[in-house]
Design a protein around this ligand. Structure first.
Ligand code: AMP
Length: 219
């Protein structure tokens, strides 16, 4: 059965970075509701217009909007290769809805992996990050391109910073994480599918640790 992996963790834990690496290493598909919502905002759709202010303030977009956007994406055929959910579910209602969506497709959560980090370090991590137009992520301190200003992956020079990656909004996003998302750790523990990984170290070491977990649960 296709693997369904969930990456849990606060903003800055490395969910997006590691999800892209798991895509490369295991041929899985990264599904980031944050990316989908940013695309909706950029397109000016009705859902995007509603989500925009909430995202800028660091709050959570309504379950209704997020579930609609995710269900649409999950209907695409490529998800049959197995998925890594990055930034979803973020509330108990989303977790329950995901169980139903998966059951309808004859699937279930293979593993929910909690990226365990130190909250105090998250503001610095998030504040320094930026992304190439090709999707490759960088950081002012922890992951600079080999040649300044040139993407290692595609050679491009078009980098962007997210509007919500500032110290003030990150504080709100951390609060939302602890109030609404952290309880999902116990939810998945209760289902017997929780895995934990120390995500404070080097990106490459965490990639290796996560790879071992994914290989173990997919076997
Ligand atoms: P992310 O890229 O995962 O950090 O998400 C960026 C922002 O999009 C969050 O701060 C939320 O405002 C919104 N968002 C992303 N995923 C969800 C979700 N599953 N539920 C509610 N809001 C979300």
């Amino acid at each position: 059965m296709a693997a369904v992996l969930i990456l849990l963790g606060p903003p800055g834990a490395g969910k997006g970075t590691q999800a892209r690496m798991l895509e490369e290493d295991f041929g899985l598909i990264q599904l980031s509701t944050g990316d989908m919502l940013r695309a909706a905002v950029a397109s000016g759709s009705a859902a995007g217009t509603q989500a925009r202010a909430v995202m800028a303030a660091g709050g959570l977009v309504s379950d209704e909007i997020v579930l609609a956007i995710l269900a649409e994406r999950m209907a695409q055929p490529d998800v049959a290769n197995g998925i890594i959910l990055d930034g979803f579910p973020r509330t108990s209602a989303q977790a329950a809805a995901l169980d139903v969506l998966l059951a309808d497709a004859g699937l279930r959560v293979t593993a929910a992996i909690s990226l365990e980090v130190d909250d105090a370090a998250m503001v610095a991590r998030v504040s320094g990050r930026y992304t190439c137009a090709c999707g490759e992520g960088y950081h002012d301190e922890f992951k600079r391109p080999t040649a300044a200003g040139v993407c290692d992956k595609c050679g491009g020079t078009d980098f962007k910073r997210r509007a919500d990656d500032n110290a003030e909004t990150v504080g709100e996003r951390l609060k939302a994480y602890h109030a609404q998302t952290a309880p999902l750790i116990a939810y998945y523990e209760g289902k017997g599918v929780l895995e934990r990984i120390d995500a404070m170290g080097e990106i490459a070491a965490i990639r290796k640790g996560l790879g071992a977990i994914v290989a173990g649960v997919s076997a």
